[in-house]
Design a protein. Structure first.
Length: 281
C-alpha cells in the first residue's frame, strides 16, 4: 500500500507535537512530583485529629512551609524539644509514624514544680487518647542538669525547637539544652529553630522577660554549643510586630494577656515576628 508524502508529513507532525508537549510539560511534572512528595505532610496538617483552634494558627506558624524549608523527610529520626500542648506534635507524629522515629522531649513528669509535672501529664494523656496517631511517639524528658538524654547520642537527623529559647535564657540553662541537642544529633544533623525575634537595637535582656530574643544572641548561643548556622528564613517574619507590648510577646495572639483591652489592635498585628534558623552539627 502506497502512502502519500502528506500522510508521512502528518504522522511526523503529530509525533513532533507530542514530543513538544512532553518537553514543555516536563517542568510541570517535576514540580507536581515535588508537591506529591509532601502530600503526606499536607495530610498530617489537614488531619481531623487537629483542633480548629490549632489549625487556625497555621496562617502564622506556616507548618508546611517551615518544615519543608528545614528539609524534613518522613523517614528521619526527629526530636521535638518541649512540645508543650503538642501543637507541632499533632503534625510530626502522623508524618513520621510509618517510616521515621519521633521523640518528644518534654517536661520532667516527676518535677516538684506543678507547671512541669501537670503539663507532662496532660501531654501523655493527649497521646494515649489517640493511639492511631501517637502510638509510636517516644516520650523523653529534658530537664537539666539531671535529665538531658533526649534520644540515643548521635542517632538523630533533626532536632526542632519552636519558641523555647526565651525560657532557656530566663532559666540560664540554654547551654545545657543546646548541648543535649548537639549530643543527640548525628554529624551533619540539622537543628531547626524558631523564636520570637527581638529588636536588634535593644540590648538583650539576660532574663528575656518580654519573651523576645535577639537573633544575633541566639546564633551566638548555638555556635557556642558547636552548631554552625546554615541559613535564615523570613518565612515567619511579621513587620507589624513593634515588640514593645505591655505584657511582652504574650500581649499578642494566641495568648492575648490583656484579654479585651485593645484586643482588636493586637489581633490585627497577629502573632509575633519570628526568626527561623537552620543550623548543622
Amino acid at each position: 500500500m502506497h502512502h502519500s508524502p502528506s500522510h508521512h508529513r502528518g504522522k511526523f507532525l503529530t509525533t513532533f507535537c507530542l514530543f513538544l508537549l512532553a518537553l514543555f510539560s516536563m517542568p510541570t511534572m517535576a514540580s507536581e512530583l515535588s508537591q506529591a512528595k509532601d502530600t503526606k505532610l499536607l495530610k498530617a496538617i489537614n488531619g481531623d485529629h487537629r483542633s480548629a483552634k490549632n489549625s487556625a494558627r497555621d496562617q502564622y506558624r506556616k507548618p508546611l512551609e517551615t518544615l519543608s524549608w528545614l528539609g524534613l523527610k518522613d523517614d528521619m529520626t526527629v526530636v521535638e524539644i518541649t512540645p508543650g500542648g503538642g501543637w507541632y506534635t499533632e503534625i510530626l507524629a502522623p508524618y513520621l509514624r510509618e517510616k521515621g522515629t519521633f521523640y518528644a522531649a518534654g517536661f520532667d513528669a516527676s518535677s516538684i514544680i506543678s507547671f512541669f509535672s501537670s503539663n507532662a501529664k496532660a501531654f501523655n494523656e493527649k497521646l494515649s487518647a489517640n493511639p492511631a496517631i501517637y502510638d509510636k511517639v517516644i516520650i523523653t524528658e529534658l530537664a537539666p542538669p539531671k535529665k538531658t538524654r533526649i534520644a540515643p547520642p548521635g542517632s538523630v537527623d533533626m532536632v526542632l525547637t519552636f519558641r523555647n529559647v526565651h525560657n532557656w535564657v530566663g532559666a540560664k540553662n540554654s547551654d545545657a539544652i543546646l548541648g543535649a541537642m548537639f549530643t543527640a544529633l548525628k554529624p551533619g544533623g540539622i537543628l531547626g529553630l524558631v523564636e520570637h525575634r527581638g529588636n536588634p537595637d535593644i540590648t538583650q535582656d539576660p532574663k528575656a522577660k518580654s519573651g523576645y530574643v535577639n537573633e544575633a544572641y541566639v546564633i551566638v548561643l548555638a555556635e557556642k554549643a558547636g552548631f554552625k548556622l546554615v541559613e535564615k528564613s523570613e518565612l515567619l517574619a511579621n513587620s507589624k510586630d513593634t515588640k514593645d507590648h505591655p505584657k511582652g510577646v504574650w500581649t499578642l495572639p494566641p495568648t492575648l494577656r490583656l484579654k479585651n483591652k485593645d484586643r482588636q489592635k493586637y489581633l490585627a498585628i497577629g502573632e509575633s515576628d519570628r526568626m527561623l534558623l537552620k543550623f548543622i552539627k
